[in-house]
Design a protein around this ligand. Sequence first.
Ligand code: AMP
Length: 453
Amino acid sequence: MPFSSLGLADHLARAVAAQGYTAPTPIQAKTIPLVLAGRDLLASAQTGTGKTAAFILPLLQRLQDSIPERSPSRLQPVRALVLTPTRELAAQVGDSARRYGRHASIRSTVIVGGVSLKPQCDALRRGVDLLIATPGRLLDHVSQRNVDLSRIEILVLDEADRMLDMGFIPAIRRILTLLPRQRQNLLFSATLPETIRHLAAELLRDPVTVDVAPRNATADLVRQQVHPVDHARKSELLAHLLHTGDAGQTLVFTRTKHGADRLARQLDRVGLRAAALHGNKSQSARTRALDDFKQGHVRVLVATDIAARGLDIAQLPLVVNYELPHVPEDYVHRIGRTGRAGRDGVALSLVCEDEAPRLQTIQRLLGRTLPSAVVDGFAPARSARPKPLASPAQTRAGRPAATGPLNPARAARPPGDRPNRTPRPPATPTQRDAHRSRDRQPTSSLAKSGEPR
Ligand code: AMP
């Protein structure tokens, strides 16, 4: 099905073609005609499904179709507002708006915290049709009367479940009071917990529900693998896997900000270029870390869940759960960073004994036992093996086995398929480095929102 059959204007179809996209993704095919028709939408879709274009394209078209008279003398009202949980996601949506809107005359701006207010004030004063913002900084501008939201025609809440996790729902409710009653509302969320359903019921009028990613299902293209290992040897195992494997760019998740810093330093020290991304970093440091990673200057990005939310990093072959997340749904989000847009990916979880209950909860959420294999030379002193969920048929996948170095083509084969046993790698100095960092960088809104230190 070509993009043009969705009712998109020629200038947008051309901009999409310039990106090299030949056909809409399922969410785009479902959503674009509905948004063009002015419907409210409750869309359950993860990052990686093409959801950004699914709302930006029709939104640009609707704005372009009805450009009002602009009065140069007064503060011009914003016409469409996209709220995102993180600065990085806002920047990505802003990029998409620019790319897809290259032949349109819609003025868009990104407003996020952690950077100077002044350029944002200037942009707002010049006039903005499409505003992409994180809630906290938007409210700062509201309180300074820099922005008029009283004529919003379209509101998009992107990654609403993340906003909930990050404590943004009160801010969103406050923003809603500033908007006109008559408007189109689009709500995107990877999962639909009760609070989001309540919000949707309040916000949306006669919405169409679109569900592309089955709830809590992990992408078929992601091969998942558990490696049981002692806690004290995790960094050594990670370094071994990265040194011996050929996976390339790797996103590693830690639970805490200090853990991310420490691990990035440890990897750097053993010759693996690594950067950390978390909420205690200044905005410029976060942008730099992400850019370095995207451009391949840095091979490993070590990130916390909140900082990594919604990141669109093309062709990421490998995601590593250095520590399992406390919130089981975050596992699904994490591994959704790989195997994107039709490409294969591998998700490894390094699981120590203490994490066994967390692994059980994740497996329950997924409805299956994850394959598990001990890496040669890294057998845990105590058992950290995933227990099978239910049927005896599943236990085969849950049985640990020796495995060779990381290779995306091999990582998730059943243990019996593995031909190689690798010699134990030389010990790296990573384990011995245990001193803690004292990160003195300014606390961001992310840090305030409860990211573990
Ligand atoms: P998103 O879910 O919006 O984060 O998009 C995930 C990735 O898919 C981004 O890198 C997009 O550029 C890409 N993408 C979006 N639409 C298409 C399409 N129709 N065909 C191929 N890739 C796409």
